[in-house]
Design a protein around this ligand. Structure first.
Ligand code: 9D3
Length: 237
């Protein structure tokens, strides 16, 4: 997959995407990442990319003309033109389903906003999908773009090792993970659950499944809603 990022802070993308699975995916050519500075498409001598909002208000808005020029130029650099995603607090919230959909695309173009956001005409005419990573305020779209790249890359065939790819199915069944332990079996009197030391593989599997259900009930009941609990599966209703 080719991913192009349009940002005012291209240097933000050098560190985080250069480690671990993402680094390996880039080395293997599974992820072909190109980061572009939107300011390169500003025309005046101060390379202005933003301006005051029409109608008044605080903060600045990114200009539609600069963004459109940048996007046209980047789309013209390779085929296909790519799915254009604007990272925005107003977008649909990213989840496992969306990540898997995006992983099937041959090319993504990620636009990162700064200041108070971008001129709405850019979204209306140029953007295919507007995506948020959650309901909290960040300073720009760069970290969300990196989150999206990380999550999507893991789902491109061949990005994970064979053992990792089967483990990665776990989120798809909608339950939280069971707790994990490693040596030593006792530390400061803190013991690993006895069943895990027993060697009874069937009992261990049963215990883990129970732990996953219990934790999901306690911590993320929203994940269990609608998957056929007692109130849906029983004969009382
Ligand atoms: C504090 C300013 N806000 C009220 C006037 C508006 C605002 C503008 C720009 C809030 C956040 C941002 C920058 N955020 C993003 O570009 C962003 C984001 C986020 O803040 N949270 C979760 N997902 C995303 S995706 C892009």
């Amino acid at each position: 997959m080719r991913v192009d990022v349009l940002t005012l802070f291209p240097e933000a993308f050098t560190g985080p995407l250069d480690i671990s699975i993402i680094k390996r995916a880039r080395e293997r050519g599974i992820l072909d990442l190109h980061v572009h500075n939107i300011r390169d498409w500003a025309l005046d001598k101060h390379r202005t990319v933003d301006d005051y909002p029409f109608g008044g208000g605080h903060g600045m808005v990114m200009r539609v003309d600069v963004l459109d020029r940048a996007l046209e130029a980047v789309q013209g650099m390779a085929e296909p033109r790519g799915l254009v995603i604007y990272l925005s607090p107003q977008g649909e919230r990213l989840n496992d389903r969306i990540v898997r959909e995006l992983a099937r695309e041959p090319r993504l173009i990620l636009v990162c906003g700064r200041y108070e956001g971008v001129d709405e005409r850019f979204i209306e005419h140029c953007v295919d999908r507007e995506i948020s990573i959650g309901d909290y305020v960040l300073t720009g779209g760069e970290l969300p773009a990196m989150v999206l790249i990380d999550a999507v890359t893991r789902h491109i065939p061949g990005a994970l090792g064979d053992d990792a790819s089967s483990l990665d199915e776990s989120f798809a069944d909608g339950l939280l993970e069971h707790p994990q332990y490693t040596r030593p079996a006792e530390y400061k009197g803190w013991r690993v659950p006895e069943v895990l030391l027993s060697g009874h593989h069937a009992r261990i599997a049963e215990w883990r499944k129970q732990q996953r259900l219990l934790r999901t009930q306690q911590r993320r009941p929203d994940l269990l809603a609608g998957r056929g609990g007692p109130e849906e599966g029983g004969d009382s209703s």
